[in-house]
Design a protein around this ligand. Structure first.
Ligand code: ZN
Length: 247
């Protein structure tokens, strides 16, 4: 499978780079993981959004769903739209107001995912675990069934031990790394050191730091992460449009 970075900042877009969004492809199946601010324009540089087969949303904070509305309009209004299919958008049901918005007439259809159950979506099998965040949010484990390769996405979370088991032996871990190691006090995201430790404890192969702060020294954030992750984990600083083959 192949992952393409569409946006990686936390909170708000900055200097032409959007918030969370990743395109995950296997064969001709196109899965969008989170749909933050700026993600639709970034996606249009990769493919026609009408080619999406499914969307999965980790939680309903604006920096993860800001472009869902315009994606729904794209599917509703685009001249090339064939009205024979609707786009499934998977979300949790712990916030019914936001969940119900995933339905849009003749365009998108709300679909449920639940912790403890797997969802088969095209060539992928997805599982979910609730994270520690001010609103319900779910880390997502995506397994390509044919190859048994896995991507784990922490979504947004404070560090908690359950993330280690959930991330075990992932081929690629995409982790909320919103803070430098010096951050103190109560936090709802992880620090570079926590993410590096998580990746090391879970024996992942590659670690992409994400949900990044709008800082000009992100290489330092990467170096802090590497120091905690150890030499067996390759740490990746994302770039929009960057593609990673997981095979
Ligand atoms: Zn959040």
């Amino acid at each position: 499978m192949k992952l393409t970075v569409l946006g990686y900042y936390g909170g708000f877009p900055y200097q032409n780079i959007g918030t969370s969004g990743y395109l995950i492809q296997s064969g001709d199946f196109n899965l969008l993981l989170d749909c933050g601010s700026g993600v639709l324009m970034s996606l249009e540089n990769q493919l026609d959004p009408l080619q999406l087969n499914a969307v999965v949303l980790s939680h309903y904070h604006a920096d993860h769903i800001a472009d869902v509305g315009v994606l729904q309009y794209y599917w509703q209004l685009h001249v090339k739209r064939y009205k024979t299919s609707v786009l499934p958008i998977y979300g949790h049901t712990l916030d019914s107001i936001n969940f119900d918005k995933l339905d849009w007439p003749d365009s998108t259809k709300k679909m449920v995912f639940e912790e403890g159950k797997t969802s088969k979506i095209g060539p992928f099998e997805l599982s979910f675990t609730k994270t520690v965040h001010p609103v319900p949010a779910f880390a997502i484990r995506i397994r390509e069934i044919e190859t048994d390769k896995t991507i784990v996405y922490t979504a947004d979370s404070r560090y908690f031990s359950g993330l280690t088991d959930f991330s075990k032996h992932a081929d690629l871990l995409i982790a909320d790394t919103n803070f430098f190691s010096a951050k103190t006090g109560p936090i709802w995201h992880m620090t570079s050191t926590e993410v590096g430790t998580l990746a090391n404890d879970a024996n992942v192969k590659e670690l992409m730091i994400s949900h990044l702060p709008q800082a000009d020294n992100l290489n330092e954030l990467k170096q802090e992460t590497e120091a905690a992750a150890g030499k067996n984990v390759k740490v990746i600083l994302p770039a929009v449009g960057e593609k990673i083959e997981i095979s």
